[in-house]
Design a protein around this ligand. Structure first.
Ligand code: SF4
Length: 294
């Protein structure tokens, strides 16, 4: 079975030194090794953003999709070959901005795939504009007087729209994040791991130190991830408390919500019993259909 190093290409990462993307990259490779994944069964889809450069450093079959379109691309991949383990990496500007509609519909469809969101709360690749998850009041290159609106409640939206596995990780805690990715990949349904990923170059507010002072693990607090209403309530609390001091509030990481036994989108399509390429071509007579349109 491949080990961690086997999921790397000869290309070295081009991320800024200290970027949170390194932690997610490391946790992802560890999860693959610990799960005993083969290259044949793994397929990865990347969105556009700094995180997407990981497509150059990670050895895996898959696709580097258009901005905001990683999820529909991954859906097509998952439906065309049920033997694949599909893993999506998307960014916050990418997946929660232009791709937000795709995100909501992917959650409600419960397409079996694992989604790892690199949530750095800023547009890093384009040098520091406010993203859909930037904190209210945050001054950025595009919001010199501060962000006016509240950030997208990513995990709350996922819970509300029907995602059956919703977790939150922190790029500064690689062993914990590795465990979450492994749990997500073991889940039979749409699994989101939204990861706080500090952008050390452009986000001077949500730094590694900022998170280290605030994060706590839900499992240590005896959290019950089967309660959907409580999971949604917790997501609301988190976002309203993001601007507080470490003494005033904490930010939960871990498994917020998991729903077992809900049929996947794939399960509703019995013709997906094997990959497209393994299906015999069945010639059809389309003469009658042509007559109708003729
Ligand atoms: Fe990472 Fe930010 Fe640099 Fe992009 S700009 S590589 S997100 S530190």
């Amino acid at each position: 079975m491949p080990v961690k190093k086997d999921f790397e290409t000869p290309n070295r990462p081009t991320w800024c030194p200290g970027c949170g993307n390194f932690g997610i990259w490391e946790a992802t490779k560890r999860a693959y090794e610990e799960l005993g994944l083969s290259h044949e069964e793994l397929a990865m889809v990347w969105g556009i953003g700094c995180h997407g450069n990981g497509a150059d450093f990670t050895r895996a079959q898959g696709l580097h999709a258009l901005h905001g379109r990683a999820l529909p691309t991954a859906t097509g991949l998952a439906l065309s070959n049920p033997e694949l383990r599909v893993v999506v990496h998307m960014g916050d500007g990418d997946g929660y901005g232009i791709g937000l509609g795709h995100f909501a519909h992917s959650c409600r469809r419960n397409v079996a795939m694992t989604v790892i969101a690199h949530n750095n709360q800023i547009y890093g690749l384009t040098t520091g504009q406010a993203s859909p998850t930037s904190e209210q009041g945050m001054r950025t290159g595009s919001t010199p007087n501060g962000v006016l609106e509240e950030p997208v409640n990513t995990v709350g939206l996922a819970v509300a729209e029907g995602a059956t596995f919703v977790a939150r990780g922190f790029a500064g805690d690689i062993p914990h994040l590795t465990g979450l990715i492994k749990q997500a990949m073991a889940h039979d349904g749409f699994a989101l791991v939204d990861v706080f990923q500090p952008c050390v170059t452009f986000n001077k507010l949500n730094t590694f130190a900022w998170f280290r002072e605030r994060v706590y693990k839900l499992e240590d607090a005896g959290w019950d991830p089967s309660d959907k209403v409580k999971a949604f309530e917790l997501s609301l609390t988190t976002y309203h408390e993001m601007a507080c001091t470490p003494d005033e509030c904490k930010v939960p990481i871990g498994l917020l919500y998991r729903e077992e036994g809900t049929p996947t989108y794939q399960a509703g399509l019995p013709q997906l019993d094997r990959p497209l390429w393994k299906r015999a071509l069945e010639p059809r007579d389309i003469a009658a259909a042509l007559k109708l349109v003729g």
